[in-house]
Ligand binder design. Structure first.
Ligand SMILES: *[C@@H]1O[C@H](CO)[C@@H](O)[C@H](O)[C@H]1NC(C)=O
Ligand SMILES: *[C@@H]1O[C@H](CO)[C@@H](O)[C@H](O)[C@H]1NC(C)=O
Ligand SMILES: *[C@@H]1O[C@H](CO)[C@@H](O)[C@H](O)[C@H]1NC(C)=O
Ligand SMILES: *[C@@H]1O[C@H](CO)[C@@H](O)[C@H](O)[C@H]1NC(C)=O
Ligand SMILES: *[C@@H]1O[C@H](CO)[C@@H](O)[C@H](O)[C@H]1NC(C)=O
Length: 318
């Protein structure tokens, strides 16, 4: 590695960024005359930063921005719109993502983002980690997300997304974490997600309907499954019983039918919540080791003798 060359490269980049700032600042977040060529342009034009955040020479040192060795942006991490930047209106549509070819981490939770998730976000071919949680994003989860094959983490929980889950998200082989909870998502839970053997899946508080796909039983390393507060119906697939690592299962407030005994339970389970469904029959004895069991609000479910470790109050059948 030629250190001097790198240093000169750095100097040139610094100069470029500084020059852009000098040209751009008087235009106050509206830069119609600038050419769109560099990563610095994309940042400048986005309007995502306050002038005070941009006061340092290199854009790599702007608040929340990180670069790699070749001074290309790999991360934008702005954890929230704080008191100091409440005047900034960040909008995903104002960032030219096609200029950020090396961006791997995009974290903008709690940033008061409104509007849609633009298709242009799919220009981020190297994106590994996407966190847009706790915003006001609406409309669809872009289908093209299924093309971002480097994605490992998608966290868009607590927004107002109201589409289906793109079925081919199941093709994202590296995906290990998908949190779409607390949205307005609907349709069926795509069974293709079961192809992602190491996935942690959070889909609670949406409008998913149809049955729980039996393929969920293939997610062998799943420790935590939360499908509560949806409109899921039909039987609980007995395949859930083969989730040997499962410690937490929450299916409360759906319209699930049939008996609980139809799925043999798993050993590590510590929490099970089946409250407010339409389940019938007995609570099976093999749930006796479960520490927290919630079965309220299933009119057809009969209380039986369970381990004393399970709180009487929690297991009461309404
Ligand atoms: C984004 O950058 C690309 C590449 O320079 C350019 O072709 C395109 O017009 C830009 N888009 C916007 C909205 O500025
Ligand atoms: C996304 O950001 C929120 C808010 O900071 C945080 O609670 C959550 O854990 C993050 N998600 C992931 C997968 O790191
Ligand atoms: C995914 O990428 C392929 C090839 O680049 C393209 O033809 C296709 O339209 C993309 N799919 C979506 C849903 O964007
Ligand atoms: C699920 O909801 C959609 C509307 O969001 C409806 O068209 C579909 O028939 C429902 N499916 C089931 C199985 O209830
Ligand atoms: C579940 O449904 C019951 C009965 O409709 C309701 O009282 C309860 O608040 C719901 N639970 C949650 C967490 O919304």
């Amino acid at each position: 590695m030629n250190f001097l060359g790198k240093l000169i490269g750095l100097r040139v980049r610094q100069l470029t960024a500084t020059t852009w700032i000098l040209i751009a600042l008087p235009l106050s977040h509206n830069f119609p005359v600038l050419a769109t060529k560099t990563e610095a342009d994309a940042l400048l034009r986005s309007g995502w930063w306050l002038d005070s955040d941009m006061s340092l020479d290199v854009y790599c040192m702007w608040f929340g921005v990180s670069c790699d060795d070749s001074i290309s942006i790999i991360e934008i991490n702005i954890p929230e719109r704080g008191p100091h930047d409440y005047m900034v209106t960040r909008n995903l549509n104002n960032m030219n993502f096609s200029l950020l070819l090396n961006l791997a981490f995009l974290r903008l939770p709690n940033n008061h983002l409104t509007d849609i998730i633009p298709l242009q976000i799919c220009a981020l071919q190297k994106l590994r980690h996407l966190n847009l949680s706790h915003n006001y994003l609406t409309s669809e989860l872009p289908l093209c997300l299924q093309n971002l094959t480097m994605l490992e983490v998608i966290d868009i929980h607590d927004n107002q997304i109201n589409s289906h889950i793109p079925p081919k998200l199941g093709n994202l082989k590296r995906l290990i974490y998908l949190d779409l909870s607390f949205n307005l998502l609907n349709g069926m839970i795509p069974m293709t997600l079961a192809k992602l053997k190491n996935l942690a899946l959070y889909l609670q508080m949406n409008f998913f309907n149809g049955s729980i796909p039996s393929e969920v039983g293939e997610l062998k390393s799943l420790t935590h499954l939360d499908l509560s507060l949806n409109n899921l119906c039909e039987k609980i697939p007995h395949e859930l019983g083969s989730l040997v690592m499962l410690t937490y299962l929450n299916l409360q407030n759906n319209s699930l039918q049939g008996t609980v005994s139809e799925f043999k339970m798993v050993l590590k389970l510590n929490y099970i919540n089946l409250a407010y469904n339409h389940l019938i029959g007995n609570i099976p004895n093999n749930l006796a080791h479960v520490r927290y069991g919630f079965f309220l609000g299933n009119k057809g479910l009969k209380e039986i003798e369970l381990s004393k470790r399970m709180s009487r109050e929690l297991m009461t059948v309404a």
